[in-house]
Design a protein around this ligand. Structure first.
Ligand SMILES: C[S@@+](CC[C@H](N)C(=O)[O-])C[C@H]1O[C@@H](n2cnc3c(N)ncnc32)[C@H](O)[C@@H]1O
Length: 275
């Protein structure tokens, strides 16, 4: 099954320890373990916490709301939302090592009463129907072959009127990505669909589309600038380096080339389950 291959691509031992070591290296041995201080190291997607902030702005979260993070990784965005907006976040992720790292970092940040993590699949979410006012998924849909089922499950988990914010890399017209990329070692676990197909699948699942933006240009510039600075030693390593180790540099340059050459289109969307 390709889901096992996805988890193998991402998983490795000692992730939380590496994140905490990166925090101490960047900010000193006594650095407070807070979602804000951890942000460069635990938001595992292009543009880091800036992209997470954009998702938050789209969702307009209210204190006390129940929020679902689909493909929550090591939980950086979930902790950041819980701490910043006083919401209750449930994260679901396929990769056991990511869920374990998320639990360690939730304990280290003292957010155990606000964030919970479930090891499971986005295609069969381990949550009841209509349990969430809001949901988001950042850079996960690229790993999903059955995207219609992904959107149907998100729809089921939301209450009527619930909002879903998405960031996703769609297929560009110029061909497939250059592998390996941060989300896949080979084409076997990379499933990019064109933006029109993403839109059509969301509508077919029952969502209304409130916003659908191509942010490829911003993505391209920020990723390139960040990678160049890390390669020169001008800034500390970021989440992708901690998670993917030695492979990160090649993966990120492949991701940048994929976008540069018209093989990837970055989309941010906000959709709504009708009342
Ligand atoms: C690039 S990481 C992004 C993690 C997190 N959203 C973030 O932005 O920090 C992609 C994540 O999607 C998860 N994932 C991939 N396929 C999944 C599936 N079918 N169900 C749940 N999680 C999945 C992976 O385990 C990984 O944690």
């Amino acid at each position: 099954m390709h889901t096992n291959t996805v988890a193998r691509h991402y998983g490795s031992a000692g992730i939380a320890e590496r994140v905490l070591a990166a925090l101490r290296e960047a900010k000193g041995a006594d650095a407070a373990v807070t979602p804000e201080n951890l942000a460069p190291f635990d938001h595992f997607h292009g543009r880091g916490v800036v992209a997470t902030q954009e998702i938050a702005d789209k969702l307009a979260l209210q204190p006390g709301e129940r929020v679902l993070d689909i493909g929550s990784g090591i939980g950086g965005p979930a902790r950041w939302f819980a701490a910043t907006y006083d919401v209750q976040v449930t994260g679901v992720d396929l990769t056991p090592e990511f869920c374990a790292a998320a639990e360690t970092l939730i304990a280290a940040t003292g957010l155990g009463d606000k964030v919970r993590i479930l090891n499971g699949s986005a295609l069969d979410l381990p949550v009841p129907d209509g349990a969430f006012e809001a949901a988001y998924s950042q850079n996960v849909i690229m790993n999903i072959a059955d995207k219609k089922q992904f959107y149907r499950e998100a729809f089921r988990a939301l209450r009527p009127g619930g909002r879903l914010a998405l960031s996703n890399l769609c297929a560009g017209p110029a061909g497939e990505p250059y592998f390996p990329v941060p989300w896949a070692t080979t084409r076997d676990t990379s499933f990019l669909a064109p933006p029109d197909e993403m839109r059509a699948d969301l509508l077919a699942a029952g969502f209304e589309i409130a916003a659908f933006h191509d942010i490829t240009q911003e993505m391209r510039e920020v990723q390139r600038r960040t990678r160049e600075r890390i390669d020169k030693g001008d800034m500390p390593k970021i989440a992708v380096d901690i998670m993917m180790g030695e492979r990160a540099r090649e993966m990120q340059w492949n991701s940048i080339r994929t976008i540069d050459d018209g093989r990837g289109i970055a989309i941010e969307a906000l959709v709504r389950k009708p009342d």
